[in-house]
Ligand binder design. Structure first.
Ligand code: ZN
Ligand code: ZN
Ligand code: FE
Length: 761
């Protein structure tokens, strides 16, 4: 006879871990207890030594799905003669201990079967969940994970639910989100005037959607705006009312089969669609869809469509009732954050939605849909949010003190660092929007409370104008934390290094839209060599003027003009399209260096090529021209390349883009199709990246390349660079956990801060 105490750290709350341990203990005839504590679970068990060993072995080797055990400390105790095995009341600790909060989990197969079963008491109940599925992060208000610290605390369990909750043999034993028609959350239906109706809310919503109307639907982490994805008029109406003319809408489908009628899907893509994280998966559309076809306005000009499957029972029921795929775009006004509060939804979406499908379960943490894609049979995350956040990523070097990394300006996420855990927030959004900035501050407070931590170090981007930078500096001035500035592209490279657990020096290829450079110019086409601690610039794209600053992002013709003038090329085509007057003004800005900062941005080079190829002169969101260029390039086979020249010796190589610009303009003038121009540009850029990496390897011996920055959301460029660099003998590191874009900046900032603390220690 022996008694042991096991302190387990990891993701063990909200994943059916307590019921699993309970059943295992009874099966092995062990006595004692299990309780949730802030940073995991505490178990005490007594019994035969063999059974205890078996218990520990099974805990570690076959824990329930979605749980991860990071550490299990086992200590021998005096035998107490306990008579049974119980789940004890959780222990709420005060100190920062790196708690874990589980991400939201899509409805499991067992719950779905009950949802469809007319004899089940939860038949068609939109909030059916069990110990292994349902909302987690979005409803949690504190740790440890118990019903009283979720927004489900507002609902008192009925008798039958209570019996299931207490019954070790039941699937809902210890299920904190347990609910039913009698005791749980309920749907409501209201029109824009706020009038609620007693009619069946689900049927009313489905009827309206079928009739081509727009419905605001309260989901897991916020509101969606929904309409029939096959109805062009409905999709057009949604675009007009949302003032969103081009950005693709995500579409929710009833099943993977329904998706495959519209898109070609690989095995990995299907796996991602069906994963319990339920992300939006960017898929290539079939040229000839089978049966069903989506409205053109869903993703205008895109060869891809963002598809997802229902993450909750509510969505399952809605899709079934509506009888077809639904546009599910974030419920917000243009660039503002997704709305999660009911009052705000009714107020702000009143002139967009024709009606509201709501419910009375409060969303505590707002969380957008995640977006991902597949490049060369590997996942390439584009937005890491619902279903993934706040699952921690392991830092290769531990944080010396509790750290907050505030991220960048666009596509912001922030991250909390505690020992080896990097807890990255859900997607916060673009901080130049004031509402988003307020949400950023509110969500940081919320996470610090949730994760029971007060940071002693604040890490920020080097850009003085970023709202996140100002937040960090102002807060540190008030509260006295230390601060650390990390250069934007160093953070990009560090985020990829952190994902791969790499601490050795590499060649970092950081291609993105904009980032504040060490020399005060705008960087974005960088080859930096170094490690987590520090980097130096080894090569970059040739800098050109960015006339009008941020305006050049919205108007790619400005970058085209700048590059054409830089290359000494003819600008007739551009002048013909946008007018002599505007071109003259912009030319003067470039010549006199007035409001025309220098940039080595790769994102802006994509914009310039798009305009030179005659694709578009203005965009409605950053990266639009690059996305279209990728779509076009992927539609034709490789056929030649616009090769750049690589200048310089020793330190500071420069990729001379002038030959690329000349070749693209000449092709366009000769009537070569835009798709072919796009493809030749991609091939040329790939060649340039490979030859610069080869040159740097020759000088430094470095043979590992990191591909990072928003430009590497481009699957074609990523796959081509990966393949050619691998063929050239490089080890290539790509993103697979966080986005290559600015959503990954916070992780990189944390990794740099942690590594610096090890050097200084
Ligand atoms: Zn379930
Ligand atoms: Zn109930
Ligand atoms: Fe960036």
């Amino acid at each position: 006879m022996e008694r042991r105490s096991l302190a387990i750290r990891g993701t063990v709350q909200g994943v059916g871990f307590r019921p699993f341990v309970y059943r295992l203990a009874w099966r092995l005839e062990l006595r004692g207890f299990i309780r949730n504590v802030s940073d995991g679970v505490m178990i005490e068990v007594e019994g035969d030594r063999g059974a205890l060993d078996d218990f520990e072995h099974q805990l570690k080797t076959s824990p329930p799905r979605f749980s991860t055990i990071d550490a299990c400390a086992s200590v021998s105790l005096a035998v107490e003669g306990t008579k049974d095995f119980r789940i004890e009341t959780s222990f709420v600790a005060g100190a920062a201990t790196s708690p874990r909060v589980t991400a939201d989990i899509a409805t499991c197969a067992a719950c779905l079967a009950e949802l469809d079963d007319p004899t089940n008491r939860r038949f068609r109940y939109p909030f059916i969940t069990c110990a292994g599925c349902g909302p987690r992060l979005t409803v949690v208000t504190g740790v440890p994970y118990d019903r009283e610290r979720t927004t489900m605390a507002a609902f008192t369990m009925c008798g039958p639910c209570r019996r299931e909750y207490d019954d070790p043999a039941d699937r809902r034993f210890d299920a904190q989100t347990i609910a039913c028609w009698d005791c749980g959350p309920q749907l409501t239906w209201c029109d824009p005037s706020g009038m609620t109706s007693s009619a069946s809310p689900m049927e009313a919503a489905a009827d309206l959607l079928t009739a081509g109307r727009i419905v605001a639907v309260k989901g897991l982490g916020g509101y969606h705006l929904a309409c029939d994805a096959t109805n062009s008029a409905a999709v057009q109406r949604l675009r007009q009312r949302k003032h969103r003319d081009a950005q693709p809408f995500a579409v929710m489908f009833e099943s993977a089969d329904a998706v495959s009628a519209v898109c070609a899907i690989s095995a990995l893509e299907q796996q991602l669609l069906l994963a319990s994280t339920r992300p939006i998966v960017l898929l290539t559309r079939r040229r000839h869809p089978e049966g069903l076809s989506l409205a053109e306005g869903v993703a205008p000009g895109c060869a891809t469509v963002g598809a997802m499957l229902a993450p909750t029972p509510l969505h399952h029921l809605l899709l079934k009732a509506a009888g077809g795929p639904l546009v599910m775009t974030s419920g917000n006004r243009s660039h503002e954050p997704t709305i999660a509060e009911d009052d705000a939804a009714v107020l702000q979406l009143a002139d967009i939605a024709d009606a509201f499908l709501m419910h009375n379960r409060v969303i505590h943490v707002r969380c957008d849909d995640s977006v991902t894609r597949v490049a060369n049979e590997r996942e390439l995350p584009l937005r890491r949010s619902r279903g993934y956040a706040p699952h921690p990523i392991h830092l290769p070097l531990s944080s010396a003190v509790p750290t907050l990394a505030v991220g960048g300006q666009l596509k912001n996420t922030f991250a909390l660092g505690y020992e080896h855990d990097a807890t990255i927030s859900h997607h916060v959004g673009d901080l130049d929007d004031l509402t988003a900035y307020r949400a950023f501050m509110r969500d940081i407070t919320l996470y610090e409370r949730l994760f029971n931590t007060g940071p002693r170090l604040l890490v920020h981007d080097r850009h003085p104008g970023y709202a996140s930078t100002r937040y960090a500096l102002e807060r540190a001035a008030l509260e006295g934390q230390s601060t650390l500035a990390v250069q934007h592209h160093h953070a990009h490279i560090a985020s990829c290094l952190a994902e791969h657990g790499t601490t050795t020096p590499v060649i970092g290829v950081a291609f993105d839209g904009t980032g504040f450079g060490d020399d005060g110019t705008i960087w974005g086409g960088e080859f930096l060599i170094g490690d987590l601690v520090s980097v130096r610039r080894a090569a970059s794209l040739r800098p050109v003027a960015m006339p009008g600053g941020e305006l050049a992002v919205r108007e790619p013709w400005r970058m085209a003009l700048s590059h054409l003038l830089d290359a000494g090329e003819d600008t007739t085509a551009i002048r013909g399209r946008v007018g002599q007057g505007r071109c003259r003004i912009v030319t003067r800005m470039i010549e006199r260096r007035v409001n025309a900062p220098l940039t080595s941005s790769a994102g802006r080079l994509f914009d310039a090529i798009a305009a030179i190829a005659g694709l578009r002169d203005a965009v409605s969101f950053e990266g639009q021209a690059a996305m279209e260029l990728e779509s076009l390039a992927a539609s034709v086979p490789p056929d030649g390349a616009y090769d750049a020249a690589v200048d310089g010796h020793g330190e500071g190589l420069v990729i001379d883009t002038r030959p690329v610009i000349r070749a693209a303009r000449a092709d366009h003038a000769a009537g070569v199709a835009a798709a072919k121009i796009a493809r030749r540009f991609h091939s040329g850029l790939t060649n340039a990246i490979v030859s610069v990496c080869v040159a740097i390897r020759g000088r430094t011996g470095l043979a590992t390349v990191v591909l990072t920055g928003g430009v590497f959301q481009n699957a074609l460029l990523t796959v081509d660079c990966d393949r050619q660099l691998t063929e050239a003998g490089f080890r290539v590191l790509r993103h697979h956990l966080v986005p290559p874009g600015d959503g990954g900046i916070s992780l990189g900032q944390l990794a740099v801060a942690a590594a610096r603390s090890h050097v200084c220690a």
